[in-house]
Design a protein around this ligand. Structure first.
Ligand code: SF4
Length: 510
């Protein structure tokens, strides 16, 4: 058999429909599941149906076999591996070091994800790291693709490393219930694309209109990045797990669960494959560039059955749209419904009116503009004062004063690299479980946090407050560099005026 086209080549080819398959490695290579996976790969390698095989990294927040082990096995069989690369367990140095290793091994296809919050670990819960978010990580990899210049302070500082040909994707969820939960997802996608994402894979869901909404949104915004829809092969057992709400960011309704159970009763295990085949036909029909199969057991004949069924269903794809409408009745859609197709018209829906900005927000904004807008208000005086205080015997007192105020007002965590001004005066360090700086993770449910469901997601609140100011699109256009841990516990006000905080990465002078 000749050389198969790579995942990257297939995605770039006009008219090609890309199919990737997601493997979830267990914990040990000695388990029976691992042997099944190897057999699956052997069979897949003698066929052209799969254009990429992805490997999850500690999915669900559980430790598992590191993805490069299967990556090598996949590559050795002439298939193209796509390694999930999450931010949850590695700090930025470990990330960089892992990327050097991936480059050396030729494992260049990466799916960049924030990652699920760690669930458990050896002798207690693991430490959640999230040192970089997905946008930071995409930027780091883009820099490596161009030829990474080592920072001056590093050994060999200033040296440019040879370019590394990574091919990286990102994830987005259109399956969010409320406007304030959905739009920050789309706005973060802009930041991911600006950071260099080469392809997009959706979150799992069962609402064709939501899949279509994302496609229209990308078209309207001129975001020309190939989009793959996730297709979950969901049997009764998996459906029950999802219904319990334990898979971050994925939901099904009681009615959908009942349908899955009924179909499985009638058709047996093939029911899940047939449902997935219909969803593939719908996604292909509406214009997706491909699909990402997940949840399917590593049984290659199932994949063959599924893909052949999808081909058979393709000409009738519109018939199946009504079978995929599983969202709560009050779900916000960005576009008006097309009554004929059950999908969307190219007309935007009305958004809810913005609520009134709270007085505390307006006051914070006023003070911020007065002191922290370069060249304006009291900024020049405040800067001069900061220069006098820095390094003087008053600095510790000044720092204590700052943090006493900010602790009371903002639940400040003394990071020394303050982003309140960019986040509608809500602190991501203390109020987002993952400390994310450039938009939400995919794990929220009904506007509430994946990790602390009793709290609303920080980004839902940031969106609402920015919308009250008419500035919500800042979540689309801006970028916040990663926190500088060297500043922890130091005065963020002094750091700002002396050009030591994250603002130093932008060209405008402080
Ligand atoms: S606050 Fe929002 S973005 Fe942060 S962890 Fe919770 S769901 Fe994710």
């Amino acid at each position: 058999m000749g050389q198969k086209p790579s995942f990257r080549e297939t995605l770039a080819r006009d008219g090609a429909f890309t199919v990737t398959y997601e493997l979830v490695p267990g914990r040990s290579t000695r388990a029976r599941q691992f042997r099944k996976i190897i057999r699956f790969l052997e069979e897949a390698s003698s066929d052209d149906r799969l254009h990429g095989v992805s490997i999850t990294e500690n999915a669900g927040g559980h430790p598992a076999l590191s993805p490069e082990v299967l990556g090598r096995e996949i590559k050795a069989r002439g298939l193209d591996p796509i390694l999930h690369f999450s931010c949850k367990d590695k700090n930025r140095n470990q990330i960089e070091s892992t990327l050097f290793a991936r480059d050396r091994e030729g494992l260049h296809n990466l799916l960049i994800i924030t990652g699920d919050y760690p669930r458990y670990g050896f002798m207690g819960k693991a430490k959640p790291v999230f040192d970089l978010d997905a946008v930071h990580l995409l930027r780091l990899i883009s820099a490596m693709e161009e030829g990474f210049v080592l920072p001056e302070e590093a050994p060999g500082g200033g040296v440019k490393l040879p370019p590394m040909p990574f091919f990286k994707g990102c994830v987005v969820s259109p399956f969010k219930r409320y406007e304030a939960e959905l739009l920050p997802q789309y706005y973060k996608l802009h930041r991911k694309i600006a950071a260099g994402a080469h392809f997009i894979i959706t979150q799992v869901g069962f609402d064709a209109r939501k899949f279509h909404e994302l496609l229209l949104y990308l078209e309207e915004e001129g975001l020309k990045v190939p989009l793959l829809g996730s297709v979950l092969v969901m049997d009764r057992r998996l459906a029950r797990i999802i219904f319990r709400g334990v898979v971050p960011g994925v939901r099904i309704s009681r009615d959908f669960l009942a349908r899955v159970e009924e179909e499985e009763e009638k058709l047996g295990p093939r029911a899940a494959l047939i449902r997935a085949a219909k969803l593939i036909a719908v996604l292909q029909g509406m214009g997706y560039k491909g699909v990402h199969l997940c949840g399917a057991k590593p049984v290659y004949e199932d994949i063959v059955f599924l893909l052949e069924k999808a081909q058979e269903f393709a000409p009738r794809w519109q018939e199946f749209v009504p079978e995929f409408q599983d969202s709560p009745p009050d779900t916000f859609y960005l576009f008006r419904k097309d009554p004929e197709t059950g999908l969307n018209l190219r007309e935007r829906n009305e958004r809810a009116d913005a609520s009134r900005a709270p007085f505390s927000l307006l006051l914070n904004l006023f003070i911020h503009d007065l002191f922290f807008e370069p060249g304006k208000g009291l900024y020049p005086h405040a800067k001069r004062l900061a220069q006098k205080i820095a390094g003087s015997r008053f600095e510790p007192l000044f720092t204590r004063f700052e943090y006493t105020m900010k602790q009371l007002l903002f639940d400040c965590e003394r990071c020394g690299d303050c982003t309140l001004g960019e986040m509608a005066f809500l602190c991501p360090q203390s109020q987002c479980a993952k400390g994310l700086l450039n938009g939400p993770c995919g794990g929220s449910q009904d506007g509430h946090c994946e990790v602390y469901p009793e709290k609303r997601c920080l980004y839902v609140r940031v969106y609402e407050r920015l919308k009250a100011l008419g500035q919500e699109e800042e979540l689309k256009e801006g970028f916040i560099p990663p926190r500088d841990w060297g500043l922890t516990g130091t005065s963020s006000w002094l750091n700002f005026y002396l050009g030591r905080d994250h603002h130093r990465h932008f060209s405008s002078p402080r």
